[in-house]
Design a protein around this ligand. Structure first.
Ligand code: GLN
Length: 481
């Protein structure tokens, strides 16, 4: 498959030089989408006419020298769990198949305020629960690097769309790794900023204490450009934080960097990587050669992060998803006899298996008699992890992380639920702690792209982006990793 693409920065230059207009860029992207989407299934809906109109408006602004932002005119797309007024937002679920958003998510609003044409909504795991984008009501997303393989999840459509050159930038959401893991499997950059950096207003809730909007891009610079436009406080989301607004990408000087390597992932000697950790370690070694200091740290709670995440995220999801009752939102069963059966039949028909499994697990973890054993214990583990991670970050600029324990697997292989949950082994700590984290291509994982990850200080998004940029200037790592 031809995977030629333009980065957002290249598009900006082409518009500045007058070689291309926003309209010609949007049309070029739409051509790629028309050609590749029937196979890859990244887009579940394409907003062709509207995007062309938005591009023409951008071109008009450029002629009048009143551009709204550096990304004015650059095409993008959004995950199908972000509300966009007047458009369907389905969370890739039968439950919301015909749900038209009554208002626009702040992150999406900011794309529009920046003048970016929105080309469509992107496929995902149903209600953002999964790691393969196979549980979508619209069918699975395929990996553009090898269409026989999964694209990762839950923001598989976003990762695929960027990797396939359909759009240079896309929004996703990350509750336990849903931006970073598909980015790793498709060979692009995925960023989950610190909790509170981007407003969650209009993002359909999965686990509210961990949900964050994130971005997909080809380069750290592109991701930084987008982050500048969509980050920052929002009166409509109490948990958003103006202090976390991302303003500019700093330069990383390797000799001034100290990287923490958790012994739980890279061995007590810092040389024994866990499965999937080889590429990250190779990246750290390169930084070391350039003068960075590597330091082994211990974060014992890392081994309990995944079970804690599962309990907490399922508990929150079971509560969040109780609003889909067949009365106020979404699918309503035509076969109910009374109110009780209206609720149960609508939910039974509207939700897929994975969503039901999580609602059951979460309801159980919160039920009386079990709350202390599951929910409260998981919450205590989370607090321990927050403390230990903060200690590990003291005196370091970032923590080195693997991203995915394995490369993209064959579509339809359907690993059992527990194996699938283990995809999140290395990504959930950033969600439990609320820290910013990034995944970027580095080296190889078999014949698929490898990836490395970083987790930063609460206000250290710039540092991890700058380090990812260093990886890029070392030529993507395929030769070096
Ligand atoms: N794979 C994780 C899960 O299934 C991540 C979900 C997410 O980040 N939205 O819970």
């Amino acid at each position: 498959m031809n995977l030629s693409f333009l980065t957002a920065e290249e598009m900006i230059r082409l518009m500045e030089s007058g070689e291309m207009t926003s309209l010609s860029l949007v049309e070029r992207c739409l051509d790629v989408i028309r050609e590749k989407n029937p196979l890859l299934n990244a887009f579940v809906e394409i907003f062709s006419e509207e995007a062309c109109k938005q591009a023409r408006e951008s071109d008009q602004r450029r002629r009048e020298q009143r551009l709204l932002s550096p990304l004015d005119g650059v095409p993008c797309a959004i995950k199908d769990n972000l509300l966009y007024e007047g458009h369907i937002t389905s969370c890739a679920s039968r439950m919301l198949e015909n749900f038209t958003a009554p208002y626009t998510a702040t992150a999406v609003q900011r794309l529009r305020q920046a003048g970016m044409p929105i080309l469509g909504r992107l496929n995902m795991d149903e209600f953002a629960m999964g790691s393969a984008s196979e549980s979508s009501f619209y069918g699975p997303v395929r990996n553009p690097l090898d269409p026989e393989r999964v694209a990762g999840g839950s923001s598989g459509g976003s990762a695929c769309a960027v990797a396939a050159g359909m759009v240079p930038l896309a929004l996703g959401s990350d509750t336990g790794g849903s931006v970073r893991q598909p980015a790793a499997l498709c060979g692009v950059v995925g960023v989950k900023p610190a909790y509170g950096t981007i407003s969650r207003y209009g993002l359909v809730a999965h686990a509210s204490s961990m949900d964050q909007v994130g971005v997909f891009a080809h380069t750290a610079q592109d991701a930084a450009l987008l982050m500048q436009l969509i980050s920052g406080g929002d009166p409509l989301d109490m948990t958003s934080d103006e202090g976390l607004r991302f303003t500019s990408l700093p330069k990383a000087e390797p000799s001034a960097i100290t990287l923490a390597l958790p012994a739980e992932w890279f061995g007590a000697d810092g040389c024994t990587p866990c499965p999937g950790g080889e590429a990250a370690l190779a990246f750290a070694r390169l930084l070391e050669k350039q003068g960075a200091r590597l330091k082994t740290v211990s974060i014992p709670s890392l081994s309990e992060a995944l079970p804690a995440y599962m309990v907490l995220s399922c508990a929150e999801a079971s509560s969040n998803l109780s609003r889909f009752d067949g009365l106020r939102y979404g699918h309503r069963s035509g076969e109910s006899r009374d109110l009780e059966s209206l609720y149960s039949k609508s939910r039974q028909e509207g939700f897929g298996d994975e969503v039901k499994r999580r609602i059951l697990l979460g309801t159980f973890a919160l039920s009386s008699g079990y709350q202390d054993r599951y929910y409260l214990q998981a919450d205590a583990l989370r607090r321990q992890l927050i403390q230990q991670t903060a200690e590990a970050l003291e005196g370091s600029d970032a923590i080195l992380c693997p991203v995915s324990p394995r490369a993209a697997w064959k579509l339809g292989q359907k690993p059992d639920s527990v194996t699938l949950y283990q995809s999140d082994l290395y990504t959930v700590p950033a969600n439990l702690t609320g820290l910013p984290a990034i995944s970027f291509p580095w080296g190889l994982a078999g014949d698929m792209p490898g990836s490395a990850g970083l987790m930063g200080h609460p206000e250290g998004l710039g540092t991890i982006l700058a380090l990812a940029q260093l990886a890029q200037s070392a030529k993507g790592g395929t030769e070096n990793g």
